[in-house]
Design a protein around this ligand. Structure first.
Ligand SMILES: Nc1ncnc2c1ncn2[C@@H]1O[C@H](COP(=O)(O)OP(=O)(O)OP(=O)(O)O)[C@@H](O)[C@H]1O
Ligand SMILES: [Mg+2]
Length: 610
């Protein structure tokens, strides 16, 4: 068994019971399936008045003679019935028995499906859930490299593919072999000679069919990949719609899109055509074998010495016909598994990605914050080049430290490191003298409130957006937080107040309103440390004043790292750090830095001139 299947079986484990019930139902189904054909043999015998008559009650002589005993018993019973009530009564009896057998066969078929449904849906849910948990757990860096649409494709269509191909195949691999074994035994009992003859043909047929499936896996993988490209592109288009329209870039993007759908079309043509070849090919080969059997079996019937009666032979052909579908299913399982394997590989690639931001082995749970944050000789680069180098900074408890400096100097990077979205390459960051790599991620992030440079909001109500970081936040607490963030007034003017849905990414709100909501969210969490990456530069003076005021209220009595673009906003900070190309250029209070006439003074002058 291959690796991917093994891993998938792990997901089936909790639903083992349903699997077992499915197997039991399938065994019974296969049994009644065979019986439903065998029962016709004596019927035919009666119709053609060819039935062997048995007048003495047969005696059971052990397992080896089971067939003869069963046959004789049935014949004895029928002979009696014909003798007592006439052949019509015997026929009615056989018909009733067949109805019951057919009913049971189909009942068990239904039950097998019924139980399998729980296994299927349970497995799909568990795979999707673990993918979701994994995606949420993976570090931010993972997503700068991966395309979102590709992830979506893996979580939806790849899971669907695994469901339809692998789970169906697992069933086929259980049910069909059972049917085949039972049918083969019955066939052997009817005529060993004929069955040996059949045995020569079946493997040849199977071999031809499976040869067709060889290339299918590679093609399916290509198809799923293209599907990812396609979804990524769609996702980007939807988020960038404003820019696309504004730049009249519809044509350019449509071209990229249709190129992708064209490639997908070509791959799928080939996949579907190859797959489509499976059924016709196996049916044709199957019929060829049946006809050969018909010819050989017919000659045995004509041969008086062979002992093969016409009704036996007809039953035999019936049995043989029931074996064709299972054999066909088993050979097509090969394609399905190959297709499913490709999808499974893509799923496990995500599930098995190692989280580079490791949870410590013996994590320290840190509940409160007493002394300060300490950056010790930190060097860090997103890729090869270092973005921060030899960065040293102490932020004492209760202080506000502002980071300023030109765009790209590494300010947001500092925020990314202290929250452990990324890990430092060299040096360390310590909170109360504990390396943050030794603190559990949950308790570390529990200490911090985060307002990011671009407000990240969810397609949900105002209330739920503010309440994100606090479970069971009361209505009053939410309103209180919104008031501190200067958001209450505008929220009250929204059509449904706190229950208003703010649209995708908060697009129904203005830039300043979005920011005030993200500030309210951080205020409600009420953490001892605040990390603010402000983007006030995008705001008009009125909303800037509101946001600024909100930030000041929030930072009161807290330890804050503020990344500021408007220098007027951080004049009261305890310490201002001027950054340039990942290094600290100078550090001090506003007054001190204005005297030093280095970078800070220049920055201030530039902003006042503008
Ligand atoms: N995810 C990333 N992958 C690779 N490089 C990155 C990534 N994020 C930022 N960088 C690079 O790191 C450097 C510092 O970026 P950072 O976001 O810290 O700048 P910043 O000081 O916050 O700038 P701004 O004032 O414009 O927000 C930049 O040169 C940027 O190109
Ligand atoms: Mg930034």
């Amino acid at each position: 068994m291959n690796n991917i299947l093994k891993k998938l079986l792990r997901f089936a484990k909790p639903y083992k019971l349903y699997g077992i019930l499915n197997i039991i139902s399938n065994v019974l189904y296969a049994f009644f399936n065979v019986l439903s054909i065998i029962i016709f043999i004596p019927t035919l015998g009666i119709l053609f008045d060819n039935q062997e008559e048995v007048f003495e009650k047969p005696v059971y002589q052990g397992f080896s003679n089971l067939k003869g005993y069963a046959e004789d018993s049935l014949n004895y019973f029928l002979t009696q019935k014909v003798a007592d009530d006439g052949p019509m009564a015997a026929l009615v009896f056989i018909c009733l028995a067949s109805i019951v057998i057919f009913f049971l066969k189909n009942l068990f078929r239904y039950m097998a499906m019924y139980f399998l449904a729980f296994l299927r849906t349970g497995m799909v849910k568990d795979i999707q859930d673990s993918l979701y948990h994994k995606v949420v757990d993976l570090p931010i860096s993972f997503f700068s490299e991966k395309r979102k649409g590709d992830l979506l494709a893996r979580m939806t269509s790849d899971v669907k593919e695994v469901e339809s191909s692998i789970i169906n195949s697992l069933e086929a691999l259980v049910r069909e072999p059972i049917t085949i074994v039972i049918v083969l035994i019955s066939m052997l009992l009817i005529s060993a000679k004929l069955t040996l003859f059949v045995f020569i043909f079946l493997p040849i047929t199977g071999f031809i069919i499976s040869a067709v499936g060889k290339r299918l896996k590679a093609q399916s993988l290509a198809a799923q990949k293209e599907n990812g490209v396609f979804l990524s592109f769609l996702e980007e288009t939807l988020t960038g719609l404003k820019v696309i329209k504004g730049f009249n870039a519809e044509g350019k993007l449509a071209k990229k899109f249709t190129d992708s759908t064209e490639r997908f079309k070509n791959i799928m043509n080939s996949v579907l055509q190859r797959k489509g070849l499976a059924s016709p090919l196996s049916e044709f080969l199957g019929v060829a074998v049946v006809i050969t059997v018909l010819w050989y079996g017919g000659s045995l019937v004509f041969d008086e010495n062979s002992g093969l009666k016409p009704q036996d032979f007809m039953g035999y052909i019936g049995l043989f016909y029931t074996i064709i579908n299972p054999v066909k299913a088993i050979t097509t399982v090969n394609y399905s598994i190959k297709k499913g394997n490709a999808a499974g590989e893509r799923i496990f690639e995500i599930l098995e990605t190692e989280n580079s931001i490791k949870e410590p082995v013996n994590p320290t749970e840190i509940k409160k914050f007493d002394m300060g944050i300490d950056f010790k000789n930190v060097s860090f680069g997103y890729e090869n080049e270092n973005v921060l180098e030899g960065f040293n900074l102490k932020v004492n408890k209760g202080h506000t430290v502002a980071l300023v400096g030109q765009s790209g100097s590494g300010k947001s990077t500092v925020a990314n490191l202290v929250t452990r979205f990324y890990d430092v390459n060299e040096g360390s960051i310590e909170i109360d003298d504990i390396n943050i790599k030794d603190i559990s991620k949950k308790s570390l992030r529990g200490l911090m409130g985060l307002v990011t440079q671009d407000s990240i909001l969810f397609n949900d109500s105002v209330k739920n957006n503010i309440g994100l970081g606090k479970t069971n936040a009361t209505e009053e607490e939410i309103v209180e937080a919104a008031k501190i963030a200067n958001a209450h007034d505008f929220i009250m003017e929204l059509p449904e107040g706190y229950n208003t849905n703010i649209g995708d990414g908060g697009n129904k709100l203005s830039g300043g309103q979005k920011q005030r909501l993200s500030i309210a969210r951080a205020v409600l969490k009420n953490p001892p440390i605040m990390i603010l990456d402000e983007a006030t530069s995008a705001l008009d003076t009125e909303s800037e004043r509101l946001v600024q005021d909100a930030l000041e209220k929030m930072m009161r009595n807290r330890t804050s790292i503020v990344i500021a673009h408007r220098l007027s906003t951080i004049q009261n900070a305890d310490s201002i750090v001027v950054m340039s190309k990942g290094k600290i250029l100078e550090q001090g209070t506003h007054q001190e830095l204005m005297k030093s006439k280095k970078g800070y003074k220049k920055l201030v002058e530039m902003q006042t001139m503008a």
